[in-house]
Design a protein around this ligand. Structure first.
Ligand SMILES: Cc1cc2nc3c(=O)[nH]c(=O)nc-3n(C[C@H](O)[C@H](O)[C@H](O)COP(=O)(O)O)c2cc1C
Length: 150
């Protein structure tokens, strides 16, 4: 049974570093700061209010490269091959495959190298797990993480 972590949330402004790195992210606050969903990097999908679903590489954690262990825990979705603006939209995020743990990188270049690999892995995984196969998200409080099976 394929299992997904699913979270709804409204996209908040980040600190714009993602754009500078070349990998903009949609940032979503998590209600549950400890929770059943551990830190890590995932392949998954996002759903927009207009019903479209887009593939994404998703980070859950505290951005240890920039904030040490004390950063605020959040979800950041880098939507693949997407250039539009998602600020203020309430998205559904499906986390389907755990790719790796969060790492503290020595440089921005090292982080970029890792992001490129994540994106390649997320591209492959989303091709194998199309949007039509996702479980229906239903309604849930913003930022609350749920586990759904198909
Ligand atoms: C797929 C993906 C993987 C990431 N992995 C890490 C990581 O291992 N370590 C880390 O410190 N930050 C990681 N990040 C977060 C970046 O540090 C973050 O997106 C960047 O600093 C931009 O932050 P901003 O959205 O607030 O501008 C990852 C982000 C994405 C999208």
């Amino acid at each position: 049974m394929p299992e997904y972590f699913v979270v709804r949330g409204t996209v908040e402004p980040g600190d714009q570093r993602g754009r500078e790195l070349g990998f903009p992210t949609a940032n979503i606050a998590l209600r549950d700061q400890d929770g059943s969903l551990g830190d890590g990097v995932w392949a998954g999908w996002i759903g927009r209010p207009d019903g479209t679903r887009l593939p994404a590489a998703i980070s859950v954690g505290r951005r240890p490269t920039y904030y040490g262990a004390d950063g605020y825990r959040l979800l950041e979705a880098h939507v693949l091959d997407f250039t539009g603006d998602l600020y203020g939209e309430t998205l559904v995020v499906w986390l389907g495959a755990h790719l790796r743990e969060q790492q503290k990188y020595a440089s921005a270049e090292d982080l970029i190298t890792a992001l490129k690999k994540d994106i390649a892995a997320a591209t492959q995984w989303t091709a194998d797990h199309p949007a039509a196969s996702l479980p229906e998200p239903g309604e849930s409080p913003l930022g609350e993480v749920r586990r759904l099976t198909v």
